[in-house]
Design a protein around this ligand. Structure first.
Ligand code: HEM
Ligand code: HEM
Length: 186
């Protein structure tokens, strides 16, 4: 696996700025924030966008497909190192979702077979670099919601062993609404 360099990555990120923002904090919730995300996770996603774009299994997305086509594995590692080195801007959470969000995030739901999110995404929604578990805190709620729906429908099928799909298929629309607002403020 290529060793990434943040400074080189910053120079290569010129084409990403339009959507993901100057420092990876995308100004609109149409695009995910990349700042503070784990390099291992970013690199995995870039490889999978490219694999899907080439007709294989991966993460199918029409916009990102065009972006990753010209990238080498070294470019991906550099871009990942750069975004991981930036700080994500924090997001405040509304009081209304805290109780329900915390219960599901920290405890899961044994009766419904929902594994607690905290097991993989951590007490502060920080994820885990070594396991390629993404950071969730600081992300745009609309993006989190869209991803949970994509795991649930099967549109996003690049999660290892279907871990996210297994959980998402057990979530109701109301669960997804609460979680997507809750996790960003952890
Ligand atoms: C998603 C990187 C350029 C639009 C992502 C993700 C990464 C990424 C790592 C996944 C984020 C996650 O899973 O949390 C990059 C890099 C770029 C680039 C390194 C430059 C080489 C762009 C541009 C656009 C764009 C220019 C808009 C025209 C999107 C969208 C998603 C996304 C819409 C979400 C895809 C989905 O819903 O599954 N990008 N991006 N990106 N990016 Fe980019
Ligand atoms: C990805 C939320 C539980 C492992 C994600 C993403 C979201 C999310 C929103 C996409 C992030 C992005 O695109 O930037 C949640 C919630 C959970 C939960 C709300 C609880 C209801 C878990 C658990 C595990 C896990 C228990 C481990 C067993 C992963 C992994 C990915 C991921 C590995 C990345 C998949 C990939 O490589 O594309 N999760 N998660 N999650 N989650 Fe979870």
């Amino acid at each position: 696996q290529a060793q990434g360099d943040a400074e080189t990555g910053k120079a290569k990120a010129a084409t990403c700025v339009a959507c993901h923002g100057n420092d990876g904090n995308s100004p609109t919730d149409m695009y995910p924030k990349l700042a503070g995300q784990h390099a291992s996770y970013i690199e995995k996603q870039l490889l999978e966008f490219k694999a899907a774009a080439a007709g294989g299994t991966g993460r199918a997305n029409a916009i990102m497909a065009g972006m990753v086509m010209p990238l080498s594995e070294q470019d991906m590692a550099d871009l990942a190192a750069y975004y991981a080195s930036e700080a994500v801007t924090p997001v405040a959470v509304s009081e209304a979702v805290i109780e329900q969000g915390a219960a599901l995030y920290q405890g899961g739901d044994i009766e419904r077979g929902i594994t607690a999110c905290i097991a993989c995404h951590g007490p502060r929604g920080e994820g885990l670099e070594s396991a390629k578990f993404p950071r969730l805190s600081g992300q745009h709620p609309a993006y989190i919601k869209a991803q949970l729906e994509a795991f649930r429908s099967g549109a996003r099928e690049n999660d290892p062993n279907g871990m996210m799909r297994d959980i998402a298929t057990k979530l109701t629309d109301a669960d997804i609404e609460v979680l997507s607002q809750y996790v960003v403020g952890l």
